[in-house]
Write a protein that binds this ligand. Structure first.
Ligand SMILES: *Cc1c(COP(=O)(O)O)cnc(C)c1O
Length: 380
């Protein structure tokens, strides 16, 4: 198989190449001024991202994880308060609920979109429920219209974990303005990646945005006078400058991801694997192109065998996520048991994310599919 070129799950170097000069210039600009903490680069990035996301308030922060944490801190939760969320997500979603002093209440996902099943949300609401934190998994928004109705009825806040969904739309509205607060990650592997850790909080609510802004710098409007106990959640000026250099490329990258996804959909139709379902009211940005490889026994063996075979054939893939959060050892005290959230558990056993990155090209998709055919034939 040594003649087969490798097709990695992502190729950040290829995406960097055409932007190399503008990114270097951006970093030099910061180095020349020596203004590393906040300042004009951060402010200008915030202005540009507010325009891009079509949202009123944006607050640059230190990571996607910190975006979630500081957004939850802004809700001033108390011990025993509950936040409803999805178990099928990156750890930070529920980790930040715990760190904000509240309790994560997991609601199962829909098997077709992998997003939280809003039909099951109301049954999880108790007198202690304060907020719902949906995750726009793999770049497709959760059913925010439905969640908004539930939140209004029960007077709950909604925080979007939009870490994977920058640029996505739901009923034409951008992720990040679909709830009370929106949280984004600029981790280098996300659709818009910084040169390290960075994140963003968005809001249409001026009072909430103001609280996030305060919490970002230790709760002090005026230095050394602290109204709230916040943290150091500031965005680095170097990261802001790099993000400003990359932002103009984002729509093109997202469009390329969508084209790649459409090509997969076309080529994989009728195959014994399930392709992603994007709802009519959603425009996904395909942070991942995630297929489902169900095994006869409900276990992960068939999927894992296919993944190993793909690796032999030079195709990178990954499992997002192998263990749902309700079954993580650190949340054992919440009392969730195996079998309690069957769709999240089934997804963990069957999902496989294939290369969909912007530098892949249609030829790249065709080549992945050719090798996927060989891999499937060898495992079935
Ligand atoms: C990446 C990610 C985060 C965390 O973002 P970081 O910038 O890595 O801290 C949170 N939630 C989801 C769904 C993510 O994919």
């Amino acid at each position: 198989m040594s003649e087969l070129s490798s097709i990695p799950l992502m190729d950040l170097a290829a995406q960097h190449e055409p932007l190399r000069d503008s990114i270097r210039a951006a970093v030099d600009r910061v180095l020349d001024t020596q203004q590393f903490i906040m300042g004009p680069e951060v402010e200008q990035l915030e202005t540009e991202l507010a325009a891009y996301l079509e949202v009123e308030h944006v607050i640059g922060v230190s990571s996607g994880t910190d975006a979630l944490l500081v957004a939850l801190m802004a809700l001033q939760l108390e011990p025993g308060d509950e936040v409803i969320t999805s178990p099928f997500t990156f750890f930070a979603t529920a980790g930040s609920i715990h760190r904000a002093g509240a309790t994560a209440v997991f609601v199962d996902i829909r098997p077709d979109t992998f997003n939280i099943d809003i039909e099951q949300v109301e049954a999880a609401i108790t007198p202690r429920t304060r907020a719902i934190m949906p995750v726009h998994i793999f770049g497709q928004c959760a059913d925010m219209r439905g969640l908004e109705k539930i939140a209004k009825k029960h007077e709950l806040r909604v925080i979007e974990d939009a870490a994977q969904a920058i640029g996505a739309r739901h009923h034409g509205v951008r992720a990040g303005r679909l709830g009370d607060l929106g949280c984004f990650s600029f981790h280098p592997t996300k659709n818009l990646g910084a040169g390290g850790d960075a994140g963003l909080v968005t809001s249409q609510d001026g009072a909430l945005a103001e609280r996030v802004r305060l919490l970002r710098k230790h709760g002090a409007e005026q230095k050394y006078h602290h109204q709230l106990v916040g943290g150091n959640f500031r965005l680095d000026a170097i990261q802001a400058a790099i993000l400003r250099a990359k932002l103009p490329a984002l729509d093109g990258w997202n469009a390329a991801r969508r084209q790649h996804a459409a090509r997969y959909d076309e080529l994989l139709a009728g195959w014994p694997i399930v392709t992603p379902r994007i709802r009519e009211d959603n425009e996904s940005v395909f942070q991942q192109y995630t297929v489902r490889i169900d095994g006869d026994d409900g276990g992960p063996q068939r999927r894992d065998a296919l993944r190993a075979k793909l690796a032999d054939l030079g195709v990178g893939s990954n499992i997002y996520y192998p263990t749902p959060l309700h079954l993580q050892p650190c949340f054992a005290h919440l009392g969730n048991v195996a079998g309690s959230l069957p769709e999240a558990e089934r997804a963990a056993h069957s999902v496989l994310s294939l290369p969909v990155h912007p530098a892949l090209g249609i030829e790249g998709v065709d080549e992945v599919v050719r090798r996927l055919r060989i891999a499937l034939d060898s495992v079935d």
